[in-house]
Design a protein around this ligand. Structure first.
Ligand code: F6R
Length: 250
């Protein structure tokens, strides 16, 4: 299902509300969370809503999608730092219920395996939030990642390092490797919400719309899932066929 909104604000608010609905209907939910600039307004709205209309979130469990290898929690570009800044410092989710891949683990392969096992041991993800890379990655599952993958180490593509260079003072500082939840882990979520906003995502969203299920475009794996909502603003939807845009409007 596509949901297309006029503005990034409306698309972000809708996405925040989907998270909120999940939390309200299931206070013990396991949420799969994403980072990146697309999610900043979502978390902003989510925090705003939860602060003005508090819900008990002490039973929630969160699993983040990915983390750079080699950046510790104090590094301003680590995803642990991002999550603390935008979400965890503002909401009362117990520390022990917050999970992120450990990009500093001595045994990184063991940490990957343990991460997928922890998701399954928790009962699986109730809702997975996703952004999308300009090359179609979800999490950090780069093109040609096997669709049956579990949490694993990934060599970041040049495109991703280039795109994410905007967050670093020197683009050469962008790590070359990351840990990402696997596509299979993502597809096992009961519900998936993918948010893409802005013109920079228009081409990949059109590619995704027209693509079959193809490992060259990781997000196309979502076409195998029965409960996916793709949330776009007008810009990200700019190259979708007109009838689709009208059909799904907001
Ligand atoms: C981040 C993640 C990535 C981003 C994607 C888009 O946790 O999983 O897939 O969602 O790279 O990033 P932005 O939103 O910065 O364009």
């Amino acid at each position: 299902m596509y949901k297309i909104f006029d503005t990034v604000n409306e698309a972000s608010l809708y996405t925040a509300q989907r998270l909120l609905n999940q939390v309200q209907s299931n206070p013990c939910a396991n949420l799969g969370l994403a980072t990146g600039s697309t999610m900043e307004p979502v978390y902003h709205r989510l925090v705003e809503c939860l602060q003005s209309d508090p819900v008990d979130i002490s039973q929630l469990t969160t699993f983040n999608l990915d983390e750079y290898i080699g950046l510790d929690a104090e590094h301003a570009q680590s995803y642990r730092y991002y999550m603390h800044q935008y979400v965890f410092s503002k909401l009362n989710i117990p520390k022990e219920k917050v999970n992120l891949p450990d990009g500093m683990a001595a045994d990184v392969e063991g940490a990957c395996q343990a991460y997928s096992e922890a998701i399954r041991a928790a009962g699986g993800l109730d809702l997975q939030l996703l952004g999308i890379g300009s090359n179609g990655h979800i999490g950090f599952n780069e093109p040609y990642t096997c669709f049956s993958s579990r949490t694993h180490v990934i060599e970041l593509s040049e495109q991703t390092r280039l795109d994410n260079g905007r967050f670093f003072v020197d683009k050469r500082e962008v790590p070359t490797r990351a840990i990402t939840m696997g596509i299979r882990d993502i597809l096992e979520a009961k519900e998936i919400v993918l948010l893409a906003t802005g013109m920079k995502k228009a081409t990949v969203m059109a590619e995704l719309f027209h693509s079959g299920v193809d490992e060259a475009l990781p997000a196309s794996a979502l076409k195998q899932h029965p409960n996916v909502t793709i949330v776009l603003d007008r810009e990200a939807a700019a190259f979708l066929p007109g009838e689709i845009v009208d059909w799904v409007a907001g």
